[in-house]
Design a binder for this molecule. Structure first.
Ligand SMILES: [Mn+2]
Length: 348
């Protein structure tokens, strides 16, 4: 069947029903990571890759900012983690329950389970890292579709190795700066703590929309001058005082170096856009606000060197979360593609 970008998408196993061009050495490769082993509140994000893929057929592959977006080359690698994820999830539930009942992570049976979950998380990190490294050895941009927010660790490591002065634009309701949350070293709630303490080459971490964090996280952010936190309450109060969203975006972007990695936790958005996500919090960015921030980042001449979308959870009733997720993924792909293409053309 010939591809027509004006037609309704036909399921072909690829995001947005774009034609599959596996052998291309350009465009974007999405590593799907169906992993939610350490989700603390409610699981489900491991089902996101399949649900977002299905919902992506409904997205019109036209973009008013990015010309001929349908010419984007997107490929997809889905990691097979189903068995390992179920086993770890089962253990994680027992561990969390044990801790909630006043138990300790050093209690024998719990310590063994915790050890297994932590070792499995390391396996996921190294698998994502190896895949990302292979993708980044060519001209492609690599992305991760989670899964929970622990999933992009390996990708961020590979991007920071290739571009040693990478800045992270982190959209999230949470600061994710806790060390080993609930005993899980690679917890979804610890991703930025792990990134900032274990990965070399991160020049900046700019957090946007954060509204649920503890004192230790605030202190951790305050003690590291690479971290800028734009709490949701400050963004809103600035707005109430008359500062426009454009002015705020300009300021946020001004902290970012040339190479930008975007880590997009869907719960950074207002919960009506992600009602089934693992840890929803009132407040947050609207869809247009978040997309504008990413667009301005790409159009500032910076290069989107990699990105992830995580914590999308399809839920049992309906596909609204996946629909929103597919539209965020499309915009992330468009702007990443635009920023890389623009940069290549400029240097030719
Ligand atoms: Mn997060």
């Amino acid at each position: 069947m010939t591809f027509n970008h004006n037609d309704l998408g036909q399921a072909n196993g690829n995001f947005f029903a774009l034609p599959r061009k596996e052998k291309d050495d350009e465009g974007i490769e999405i590593i799907s990571v169906p992993w939610d082993a350490t989700t603390s509140y409610r699981p489900g994000t491991s089902k996101a890759p399949q649900a977002v893929l299905a919902a992506s057929l409904q997205v019109d592959i036209f973009d008013s900012d990015v010309e001929k977006a349908w010419e984007m080359k997107i490929s997809n690698t889905e990691l097979d983690l189903c068995g390992l994820n179920s086993k770890c999830r089962h253990f994680a539930e027992k561990i969390i329950q044990h801790l909630e009942n006043g138990g300790s992570t050093t209690d024998m049976e719990i310590a063994d389970m915790l050890n297994f979950v932590n070792r499995s998380s390391e396996t996921v990190n190294s698998t994502v890292y190896e895949n990302a490294k292979k993708i980044l050895s060519g001209n492609k941009t690599a992305a991760v579709l989670g899964g929970d927010h622990s999933t992009p660790f390996g990708l961020i490591k590979a991007v920071a190795e290739k571009y040693p002065k990478t800045g992270i634009l982190h959209i999230d309701a949470h600061a994710d700066l806790r060390g080993a949350f609930e005993g899980f070293t690679y917890s979804h709630a610890s991703i930025m703590y792990n990134v900032m303490t274990e990965i070399e080459g991160i020049e900046k971490l700019v957090q946007v929309g954060v509204r649920d964090f503890c004192e230790a996280e605030r202190d951790f952010a305050g003690a590291d001058n690479r971290i800028c936190m734009y709490a949701d309450s400050c963004l809103k109060e600035n707005r109430f005082a008359g500062k426009t969203w454009k002015e705020q975006c300009d300021e946020i972007i001004s902290h970012l170096p040339e190479h930008v990695y975007i880590s997009f936790d869907v719960d950074g958005l207002s919960p009506y856009l992600c009602p089934n996500t693992g840890t929803p919090v009132p407040g947050g960015l609207d869809f247009a606000e978040a997309m504008y921030l990413i667009k301005q980042t790409a159009f500032s001449g910076r290069i989107i060197a990699g990105f992830d979308l995580n914590e999308v959870s399809p839920g049992i009733s309906g596909d609204w979360d996946a629909n929103v997720g597919a539209r965020i993924l499309f915009k992330l792909c468009c702007y990443a593609w635009y920023s890389n293409k623009y940069h290549i053309n400029k240097n030719q």
